[in-house]
Design a protein around this ligand. Structure first.
Ligand SMILES: NC(=O)c1ccc[n+]([C@@H]2O[C@H](COP(=O)([O-])OP(=O)(O)OC[C@H]3O[C@@H](n4cnc5c(N)ncnc54)[C@H](OP(=O)(O)O)[C@@H]3O)[C@@H](O)[C@H]2O)c1
Length: 247
């Protein structure tokens, strides 16, 4: 086990919200491992933050590849012996399924599978693999980057403004992520580990699009706040910039 600095792993950290969250956590004095499925993109992103004097490094991780997950677990175990913060940020929308659509009657099994593979199955498998290392932390934090589009309460409310945003694969994958948050928090409720879901906002990234009103620095804040919760902070919740969202 090395030093007293906290160790964080962020998936999909080579761009967008994951990159901004890496910068924010490293600026708080945390050692950040920036997961990226692509070595060139990941190395370049980490080099940029290193050039700002930040303690970050690239770690190759495609969350859909069990062999990557098992290698990352071994590297973390051998190098640090624990993990303090896991931000499950990697996520996709399927190219066949625009967010502003109702794909319910048409979405293909392939699009459903590919979306769930990244957004849910990979997230669950990685978290399960790293849980023994997070349990070695005195104050483990697990943050699942979800979306308000995963909220069943909002989708079932005709006044919530989500009528035009019913992309089934994406939205269902985020609802499943929220269920994972609730179940994992229940499992770990007698431990110091806190598990929460974050809605970043509608953020200007490759996924969010150019029309999104929120900049990426603000979009990273909810996840970073949940990753650095004090010991008396909440667990098993769904948040956006300090506000509780309905499941
Ligand atoms: N932007 C929004 O408005 C918004 C709103 C609500 C929730 N979110 C959520 O926020 C998270 C980050 O999204 P973003 O807006 O920052 O999107 P983004 O800019 O498109 O970044 C997504 C990141 O996920 C990575 N990724 C995709 N598939 C992966 C895989 N199999 N293994 C590992 N990494 C993978 C991407 O890597 P590559 O560069 O290699 O593709 C990229 O680093 C997602 O979970 C998204 O659903 C975003």
């Amino acid at each position: 086990m090395t030093g007293s600095k906290k160790i964080a792993l962020i998936t999909g950290a080579n761009k967008g919200i994951g990159l901004a969250a890496s910068r924010q956590l490293a600026n708080l004095g945390i050692t950040v491992l920036m997961g990226s499925r692509d070595t060139n993109r990941g190395t370049a992103a980490a080099a940029k933050l290193k050039s700002e004097g930040l303690d970050v490094s690239f770690i190759q991780l495609d969350v859909t590849r069990p062999e990557d997950i098992s290698r990352v677990r071994s590297e973390l175990k051998d190098t640090f012996g624990r993990l303090d913060i896991l931000i499950n940020n990697a996520g996709i929308t399927h190219p066949d399924e625009p967010l502003f659509s109702n794909s319910t009657a048409t979405v293909s099994r392939e699009a459903l599978r590919q979306t769930f593979d990244v957004n849910f199955f990979g997230l669950v498998e990685l978290t399960q693999a790293l849980l023994p290392l997070i349990q070695k932390s005195p104050a483990g934090r697990i943050v699942n980057i979800s979306s308000m589009l995963g909220s069943l309460a909002l989708h079932s409310n005709p006044d919530s403004g989500l009528d035009q945003i019913k992309a089934l694969a994406y939205n269902a994958s985020k609802a499943a992520v929220n269920q994972f948050t609730i179940h994992l928090a229940a499992l770990l409720k007698e431990t110091p580990i806190k598990v929460n879901s974050a809605h970043p906002g509608w953020v200007k990234t490759d996924l969010g699009g150019e029309e999104a009103p929120m900049d990426v620095e603000t979009g990273a804040k909810t996840g970073v706040a949940l990753a650095t919760l004090p010991n008396d902070g909440p667990t098993g919740g769904f948040f956006h910039l300090g506000e509780v969202l309905p499941w």
